[in-house]
Design a protein around this ligand. Structure first.
Ligand SMILES: [Zn+2]
Ligand SMILES: [Zn+2]
Length: 228
């Protein structure tokens, strides 16, 4: 599905976003293990070839976001980027930190775990930090949003007025925008969400839930007020 010209969501449990600039494609998150054919189909539908997948930016290390990464780099020259705190986990050199699952979250978490095949470790070529700029959409800014995981990032494209939230935020089926769930540090997640609510953007692309294609930062500000 196209969100706006040049930006597509690859819909599958573990959403990935494909961004086209001229003959170069960037993926924000890499979906679950087994997603590669679907990504290549989406590329092909735009007249692209696998070699044109230039960059893969991972918002964090969870298997529903990095699952497809290893298989994608096998057949492309894509450069993989992730926050420096996530990189050792993505590479398989470090155990993932454990999330504090609340009682309310538990049944949903069990469901999500069941739906997510394990992810193969993947290469990380560039380690990111807060404030780094990536050559995407006129300059994409890395926003460190710890809490869901220690090295979670959002990606802010001010020139395009787009925010990729990873799992620092989500959109529920009833359209409400919420701070991320299944967090390593829930208080930090709330702080990070409020940080995102201070940015100015029209379009929000979530790790889970339908993209918001207008007035997105207003929805974030309302949600931040509810957090108190
Ligand atoms: Zn996650
Ligand atoms: Zn997720």
């Amino acid at each position: 599905m196209e969100i706006f010209p040049g930006l597509w969501i690859i819909e599958r449990h573990g959403q990935a976003y494909l961004y086209r600039e001229a003959d170069r494609f960037t993926l924000v998150d890499a979906g679950i293990t087994g997603i590669a054919p679907k990504i290549f189909d989406a590329l092909g539908a735009q007249g692209g070839r696998p070699e044109q997948l230039h960059t893969i930016i991972l918002t964090h290390h969870h298997a529903d976001h990095m699952g497809g990464c290893a298989e994608l780099v096998e057949s492309t020259d894509a450069q993989v980027m992730a926050h420096a705190l996530e990189a050792p986990v993505i590479r398989g050199d470090q155990q993932p930190p454990e999330a504090q699952i609340t009682e309310i979250e538990r049944p949903f978490h069990e469901q999500a775990v069941k739906a997510t095949p394990p992810a193969a470790p993947a290469r990380v070529d560039r380690e990111l930090d807060d404030g780094d700029e990536i050559d995407l959409g006129g300059g994409a800014l890395v926003v460190h949003v710890p809490g869901h995981t220690p090295g979670s990032i959002a990606l802010y494209l001010p020139a395009k007025r787009v925010l990729f939230t990873g799992d620092a935020a989500a959109r529920l089926p009833d359209d409400r925008v919420i701070a991320g769930v299944f967090n390593v540090d829930p208080a930090q997640t709330r702080e990070s969400f409020c940080k995102l609510a201070e940015l100015d953007f029209d379009v929000a692309c979530f790790g889970h839930g339908k993209p918001l294609d207008k007035d997105a930062s207003r929805a974030f500000r309302r949600a931040a007020e509810r957090l108190g």
